[in-house]
Each structure stands twice: as structure tokens, then as C-alpha cells.
Design a binder for this molecule. Structure first.
Ligand code: 1HE
Length: 270
């Protein structure tokens, strides 16, 4: 792994604030580096996450997010939960929305490598990623309910899309914690691996994603979520537009030709 000297100044600043980016080939590896506080997301860390994802190096084709230490992320830094009035609270929540939108709606697909606590705002961050790989130590919770607050980092929008509003309501009303196995069963993670193996698996997936045609990745990140929320007739129309744009790209033509000429991999049972 190498830290490129040509990184955007905002990325250099982010590293000082606790979010470190290192390039591994075409994969941007983004690490939350605040293990003593279980990677709790202070305002500085949220700003740094935003800056990193808004300024990814041009060569990045996929990204991985992971946390240093024993936990992925303990959520909002509760020590910063000061006496905010309603207006300040709205702006604080909106600052999270900007940062996590930069993750979800940025330039490249993002794979979250989860382990240990994935709680509160940490779960909101994980939910903004496109793929979640959990290891056996992972657990998921939304302690906002028991802390007398509410999700504010996009959780009420993104978490129900993964597990449904009923399960999220239960988590927040009762403080229910899902372990790694049940977390995968209900839809938090698409992959479950042995303890300590989530980063390696996430990197493997990101490296594969980085070889996709960029327009395909774009369609999956930006068209699919919108189509899923459109009325069926609108969705089918948007799909037709996106499909025609993707298949008209020279890269798509070359890939299809390679298959027809027997030069591309077949689909194989895993
Ligand atoms: C923190 C935080 C934090 C740890 N803010 N300082 N999130 C929560 O309610 C989760 C709170 N955290 C925990 O339940 C536990 O810390 C963990 C299960 C994540 C990890 O337990 P453990 O035993 O490994 O660590 P620890 O001893 O609890 O914490 C180590 C230190 O990190 C300790 O500080 P120290 O100075 O005493 O060493 C903790 O105070 C500190 N720490 N988590 C601040 N979250 C946009 S809205 C989102 C709303 C939310 O995310 S609410 C949910 C917040």
C-alpha cells in the first residue's frame, strides 16, 4: 500500500483529522483512525469523510471503508452532543447527510469492511456503502432510541431499505442488537466471513468492481436506486435510457465482442 504524494490537499487534511486514504491499485482504501474512541464520528471525522469522498484520486475505480482497532464505528461522538438548538441540530444532521451522500453518490462503488460495533452513526455510514462485508465479530445496533435521540445521519432513509422499517423500529424501541449471523440474515451485510477476514474480502470485491466498465458501476450507483423508487412505468423508462447509454459505450461493445469470440470468462457456479 502507498500514500500517493499527489493527493488532494483536502485528503492530506483529512488524514490529520483521522480519516486516512491509501491507494491500493485502483482501490481507495479509507480507514477511520480513532480507535481509542472506537472510531466515534466527531464533527472533524465527518468533515474528513466528506472531503475524502469528494476528492478521491482520479485513478480510484472502487473504494473500501474500514475502521482501525476492535470496532468499525461507535457512531456519533456523544461527547460533542452539546446544547444545540433546533436550528443547529438541523445543520448538524445535514452535515452528516452531505458526508454520507458523498460516500453513497460519489464517483465509485464503496465496500464497507465491518467488524465489532457497527452502531448508531456507524450503521448509518455502513448503510451508505454499496456492499457490506461483515466478519463474525460484527454486531449492529441503533442505541439512539435508548439515548433519547433519533437517527440523524440518513439512517431512517437507508436502514429500512436494508432490513425494513419494522425491524428498525424494533431496534430503536427495544435496543435490540443483531449479531453477525442474524445481521446477514436480515440484510445488513451481503457477505459474512470469519473473524478478522472482512477487510481482505472487501478488498478482493473492490478490486473486482474496479475492473467493471465505469458506466455499469455508474448505473448501479446512480440509476438503480432512483429506478427502485420510481413508479414502475417511470422506472422502466429510466431503465431503457440507462441500458441504451451503457450498451452504446465502446467498452461495452468490446466486452461483448470478447465473449462472442470466446475470449471472455463464462459465468460459472461458485
Ligand atoms: C465514545 C463513543 C461514542 C465509545 N461517543 N465516545 N453510540 C453509542 O451509543 C455507542 C456508544 N459506545 C459503546 O456502546 C461502546 O463504546 C462500544 C460497544 C462501541 C465499544 O465498547 P468498548 O468496551 O470496546 O469501549 P469503551 O470502553 O466503551 O469506549 C472506549 C472509549 O471510547 C471511551 O472513552 P475513554 O475516554 O473512557 O477511554 C468511550 O467513552 C469512548 N466512546 N463510543 C464518544 N459514541 C447522526 S446521529 C447518529 C446518532 C448516534 O450515532 S447515537 C449512538 C452513539
Amino acid at each position: 500500500m502507498s500514500t500517493s504524494s499527489a493527493l488532494h490537499p483536502a485528503i492530506e487534511r483529512a488524514a490529520q483529522q483521522g480519516v486516512v486514504l491509501e491507494m491500493q491499485g485502483a482501490v481507495a482504501v479509507v480507514r477511520l483512525c480513532r480507535p481509542a474512541k472506537r472510531n466515534a464520528l466527531s464533527d472533524g471525522l465527518i468533515e474528513a469523510l466528506r472531503d475524502v469522498f469528494q476528492n478521491l484520486p482520479a485513478e480510484a475505480r472502487a473504494a473500501v471503508v474500514h475502521g482501525e482497532g476492535d470496532h468499525f464505528c461507535a457512531g456519533l461522538d456523544l461527547s460533542e452532543l452539546k446544547e444545540r438548538d433546533a436550528g443547529e441540530g438541523v445543520h448538524h444532521s445535514r452535515s452528516w447527510h452531505v458526508a454520507l451522500n458523498a460516500v453513497e453518490q460519489g464517483r465509485v462503488p464503496v465496500v464497507a469492511a465491518l467488524h465489532g460495533a457497527v452502531v448508531g452513526g456507524g450503521l448509518e455510514l455502513a448503510s451508505a456503502c454499496h456492499i457490506r462485508v461483515a466478519d463474525a465479530s460484527t454486531f449492529y445496533a441503533l442505541p439512539e432510541g435508548t439515548r433519547g435521540i433519533f437517527v440523524g445521519g440518513g439512517g431512517s432513509v437507508r436502514v429500512p431499505k436494508l432490513i425494513g422499517a419494522a425491524r428498525m423500529t424494533d431496534m430503536m424501541l427495544t435496543g435490540r442488537v443483531y449479531d453477525a449471523t442474524d445481521g446477514e440474515r436480515v440484510g445488513f451485510a451481503q457477505y459474512l466471513v470469519e473473524a478478522g477476514a472482512s477487510l481482505a474480502k472487501a478488498l478482493e470485491l473492490a478490486q473486482r468492481i474496479a475492473t467493471n466498465a465505469p458506466l455499469t458501476n455508474f448505473a448501479l450507483m446512480h440509476a438503480l436506486p432512483r429506478i427502485a423508487e420510481q413508479p414502475a412505468d417511470h422506472g422502466l423508462f429510466t431503465e431503457a435510457l440507462m441500458a441504451s447509454i451503457a450498451q452504446s459505450a465502446p467498452e461495452a461493445k468490446a466486452r461483448v465482442r470478447a465473449f462472442l469470440e470466446g475470449k471472455a470468462a463464462k459465468v460459472q457456479k461458485s
